[in-house]
Design a protein around this ligand. Sequence first.
Ligand code: GDP
Length: 334
Amino acid sequence: MVPFPKGRLEPEQYIEGILQGNVVILSKAITLVESSLEYDKKLSKKILEQLLPYTGNSIRLGITGVPGVGKSTFIENFGLEVIKKTSKKIAILAIDPTSQKTKGSILGDKTRMERLALHPNAYIRPSPAGHSLGGTAQKTRETLLLCEAAGFEIIFIETVGVGQSETLVSEMTDFFLLLMLAGAGDELQGIKKGIMEMADMLVITKADGENKHKALVAKTEYEGALHLFRPSEMGWQVPVQTCSALQNEGLSKVWERIEEYFKISKEKGFFDKKRKEQQLTWLNETIKNELLEYFYKQDAVKQALENAKNAVNEGKKDAIHAAQEVLEKIIHFK
Ligand code: GDP
């Protein structure tokens, strides 16, 4: 018997609440998605299953950039600008590869995005801590679906541009925005070429005061660098924009370019094509994550793993053989 934890609602109450756009219920449902309790997992799966027909209707934007590039300042002011222009409801989620180590979160600090957080059209949810990156991404994706069912029409997924989580974010979003600093020494400032290739738009932040000129120079340089890349299948030339989130300059233009992208990608069928491909990726990812979780939960595996670690530590076995012995608890070779 799975114990019934305190404070849970009936599945129908979550479903109705979310479909009515009730953010208190939405938050409770996201907590279930993030929970590692068996009861919560079953409940959240039931809720998600019922809500799936109401998902998929938002535009999903990934945003990345190195720490200090100005992500939170940008998202707050850009989010407010987009709400002003479109009157749409926006949700901001995060995948934070650092949160497993520090138990912190890029969206964890309540003082970040204070004005946006107070806006009735905005919903901000920090990254779930304490899971593997793959597990975190899985939970963020399920959270995204819940937000869509709750009527959020634009979803931002933020991640720190340090190289691990960008692929996961680009696999769950329709458009990927890379924020860059101008003149920060190395023009690529640790942003790997692979990340630039994933981007659908580059935005150079902090283009104000003394930095304005540097930002314009960087814009030309990045435009040159991007021309060396193969044009995307859809024929989209990745634009480079400058902006100052603090002075609210250039944000409106960034949004116009994003709208332009969606117009073209929907007209040419790339929007649906990409979503379908992403479904296949998530099918595989989900199987992988569930298998891993199942594997490590087995008592026989736990015991064998403990023994294997000791044996490797004491130099009695090498890692490959020790791993084989653990795997044999579940997988029967030959
Ligand atoms: P994050 O770590 O990427 O989320 O970056 P933050 O949004 O916290 O910004 C880092 C620092 O850059 C803060 O001190 C911000 O005030 C500053 N900053 C952010 N956007 C701008 C901008 O448009 N212009 C200027 N001058 N500073 C900015």
